[in-house]
Structures are given as structure tokens and as C-alpha cells.
Design a protein around this ligand. Structure first.
Ligand code: NAD
Ligand code: DAU
Length: 351
């Protein structure tokens, strides 16, 4: 084996695309996917590569330090790509503690085990921490987040991610643990759990369910197709400068309401409905608490230094995403469980 790499959270949305990228592109690497399989983790995301000889799945919790130590002893990892996290802002507002356990303590456990396992020989080792643009806070109409923007997290989710980013940098400064961090904007694409805006709304449109737009729908997000993120992760893992941070974004800002109207148009066309029919489902509801107004990423460092370019335009990506959800009703059926309906009721009916 050329390298042994631990990918955490590989059964989730971005993690599964990242696992696929590494397993298929690097047959000489051993890729170990460690995932707790929370409500967001789903091995059906990886059925196409589950029998690949260089792929191994291990179910486990990054909160469990003793388990991590055994895992490192068994697989002798050269690298860690750390995606495992609680990732949904709304859930962090109703229940912050899981976010602190997994995102803060879980990351600390991984840093500790990597440090002690690699101690004395950091040559060829790398801890790659996957983070979010939300750590930078909220923008007004102008300006962009750069790698030097001061941190200003405003939700329990973003505060837990900011905390983990600080820990990763502290381990580099204090112990010289080789690390790299990337902060990415909103991802979309196949396999995203239908609690996030785009898959939730695709599913609701299909089922003629109301589309709950928070506030006036004026918040702005920058959207990137998930496979483009996975390719950026590959590039940064192999060519990113140790100790550095790279922003990743789509140069693709949309007000929520404009994006939702575009999605409704696509769905009308795909479902053979009259244009304008799905948009009638739009329903303005109580705003998210502390709702960040705008995220916008300057990712020129990644482009200039490493030559990264996104491959998928937003129109192409949305078409591919809608088609995937329409063609994968079985995947949806398996995630739209009683637990999901319970979450939906708490989040959208009782709030
Ligand atoms: P996701 O919620 O789809 O997947 C998270 C995965 O982590 C799941 O498979 C889950 O089972 C696993 N997990 C959760 N707790 C765990 C634990 N204690 N131990 C082991 N595994 C655990 O998340 P995602 O949207 O794919 O995000 C992945 C990473 O990328 C996160 O770190 C997130 O902060 C970051 N990120 C996400 C976006 C986005 O738009 N979704 C953008 C930028 C950065
Ligand atoms: O910016 C990167 C972040 O993007 C990631 O770090 C997070 O893990 C990821 O969940 C995402 O966070 P957002 O809060 O931006 O994504 P979400 O899909 O939850 O919401 C997108 C926008 O849509 C946001 O302004 C809130 C709004 N929204 C969301 C939902 C779920 C609604 O108006 N109605 C909804 O029902």
C-alpha cells in the first residue's frame, strides 16, 4: 500500500463523494472510512465501491478515544481527512450538545491520537481538517471571506466548527502536527440528507408539501457542486502547503428565494407540471434564530496556488441533482423514516 488514509464521516454527504474520489483514483491507497452512522450516515451512498479491495468501512465514534487508539494501531494511518461532524445548523440550535461532543471533543480525540501515533516522525503525515465558511460569520451585501477574515461564528454549529479549526491550528503551532484546513461554502448534489435546503425542497415539491422559506428568503449562500468539493479536497490533500488554510467556493451567490424559484421551474419541467405550479407551494415561515445573512467566499488562493477550477456549472449541477433525487426514490424511502418525520414535525410544525 502506498498510503493508509483514514477518512472520517465517509458515509455522509460530502464524505461519501470524497471516499469515492480517493478509492477510485488511488487504487494503491488503503482508504478506511470511519463513521458512526448517525441519522446522516448512510452506507447506501457507497454501494458502488463497497467491494473495492482498497476500501474498508469501520463503524465507530470519534468521541471514543480508546477506540481511535486501537484503530490507529491496526491501520497505521499516514493521513487523516476529517469530515465527521454534526452538520445541520437548525439541529445545532435545538440541541447544541451533540455538536460540541462530536465537532469539538471528537476532533480533539483525533488530534491526540494522530499526535501520539506519529510522534517523532511527522514525515509524510498529514491531518486534513474539513471546515466551513460559516466560521467567518455573516457578511452584509459587499465583501468576501478570505483566509485572513477573523473568525466570528454565530450558531452553535459554526462555533463548534470554529473551535475545532482553532484546535487543529493550535496542534500545528504547539506540536508541529502537520495539518491543512479548508473552509468551503454550501455544497449540493446527490446523497445530501433531505434536511438541507435543496434536497428538502426537491422532496417537498415532489410530494406537494409546503416549501418553508425562512424569513423573507433574502439570505444569500454560495453554492458548490459536491464533486467539485471532493476534487478540491484531493488536490489540497496532495499539494496543499502544510500549516495553511484554503477557502473553497463556487463563485455562485444566490438569494434563497431566487434559488427556490429556479428549483421550482426545474421541477415543473421534470414533473410535467404547468410552469408556476410548484412555486405556489412557497410558504414564508418564522426565520431561523440568528440567521446569517450572507456567505461569500474568495477562493483565489486555491485557484492561483493549486490551479483548482470547478467543473460543474450551477445549471448543470441542479439538473443532475434533481434527476438523482427523482431516480433514487428507494434511497429517499430509506431515509424518510419515522425519525425524519419526528424531526420535521419539531422543526416545521411546532416551531
Ligand atoms: P453529513 O451530516 O452529511 O455527514 C456527517 C457524517 O459524519 C455522517 O456520515 C455521520 O454519521 C458522521 N458522524 C457524525 N458524528 C460522528 C461521530 N461522532 N463519529 C463518527 N462519525 C460521525 O455532513 P456533510 O454535509 O457531508 O459535511 C461533512 C463535513 O463537511 C462536516 O465537517 C461539515 O462541517 C463540512 N462542511 C459541510 C458543508 C455543506 O454544505 N454540507 C460545507 C462546508 C463544510
Ligand atoms: O456554508 C456552509 C454550510 O452550509 C455548511 O457548513 C453546513 O454544514 C450546511 O448545512 C450549510 O449550512 P446552511 O445553514 O447555509 O444550509 P441549509 O441548507 O440549512 O440552509 C441554506 C439556506 O436556506 C439558509 O439561509 C437557511 C435557508 N433555509 C433552510 C432550510 C432547511 C430555509 O429557508 N428553509 C429551510 O427549511
Amino acid at each position: 500500500m502506498d498510503k493508509s488514509i483514514l477518512i472520517t464521516g465517509g458515509a455522509g454527504f460530502i464524505g461519501s463523494h470524497t471516499v469515492r474520489q480517493f478509492v477510485t483514483r488511488y487504487p494503491g491507497y488503503r482508504i478506511v472510512n470511519l463513521d458512526k452512522l448517525t441519522y446522516a450516515g448512510n452506507l447506501e451512498n457507497l454501494t458502488d465501491i463497497e467491494d473495492a479491495p482498497n476500501y474498508h468501512f469501520v463503524r465507530g465514534d470519534i468521541y471514543d478515544a480508546a477506540f481511535l487508539k486501537e484503530l490507529f494501531e491496526q491501520y497505521r494511518f499516514d493521513g487523516v481527512i476529517h469530515l465527521a461532524a454534526e452538520s445541520h445548523v437548525d439541529r445545532s440550535i435545538s440541541d447544541p450538545n451533540e455538536f460540541i461532543k462530536t465537532n469539538v471533543m471528537g476532533t480533539a480525540n483525533l488530534l491526540n491520537v494522530a499526535r501520539s501515533h506519529w510522534e517523532g516522525n511527522f514525515e509524510g503525515k498529514l491531518f486534513y481538517h474539513i471546515s466551513t465558511d460559516e466560521v467567518y460569520g455573516s457578511l452584509e451585501e459587499g465583501g468576501y471571506f478570505t483566509e485572513d477574515t477573523p473568525y466570528d461564528p454565530r450558531s452553535p454549529y459554526s462555533a463548534s466548527k470554529a473551535s475545532s479549526d482553532h484546535l487543529v491550528r493550535a496542534y500545528y503551532n504547539t506540536y508541529q502536527l502537520p495539518m491543512v484546513i479548508s473552509n468551503c461554502s454550501n455544497n449540493y448534489g446527490p446523497n445530501q440528507f433531505p434536511e438541507k435546503l435543496i434536497p428538502l425542497f426537491i422532496n417537498n415539491i415532489k410530494n406537494n408539501r409546503a416549501l418553508p422559506v425562512y424569513g423573507k428568503g433574502e439570505n444569500v449562500r454560495d453554492w458548490l457542486y459536491v464533486e467539485d468539493h471532493a476534487q478540491a479536497i484531493d488536490l489540497i490533500y496532495h499539494q496543499g502547503r502544510i500549516g495553511h488554510t484554503y477557502n473553497i467556493g463556487g463563485d455562485n451567490e444566490w438569494r434563497n428565494i431566487d434559488l427556490i424559484r429556479k428549483l421550482c421551474e426545474i421541477m415543473d419541467r421534470k414533473l410535467g407540471r404547468k410552469q408556476g405550479e410548484s412555486a405556489q407551494l412557497i410558504s414564508f415561515v418564522k426565520d431561523r434564530a440568528g440567521h446569517d445573512l450572507r456567505y461569500a467566499i474568495d477562493c483565489s488562493k486555491l485557484k492561483d496556488e493549486l490551479g483548482w477550477r470547478q467543473q460543474v456549472t450551477f445549471s448543470q449541477g441542479l439538473e443532475k441533482t434533481v434527476d438523482w433525487y427523482l431516480e433514487n426514490q428507494e434511497w429517499l424511502n430509506h431515509v424518510l423514516t419515522g425519525e425524519y418525520e419526528e424531526y420535521y414535525r419539531r422543526q416545521y410544525v411546532e416551531r
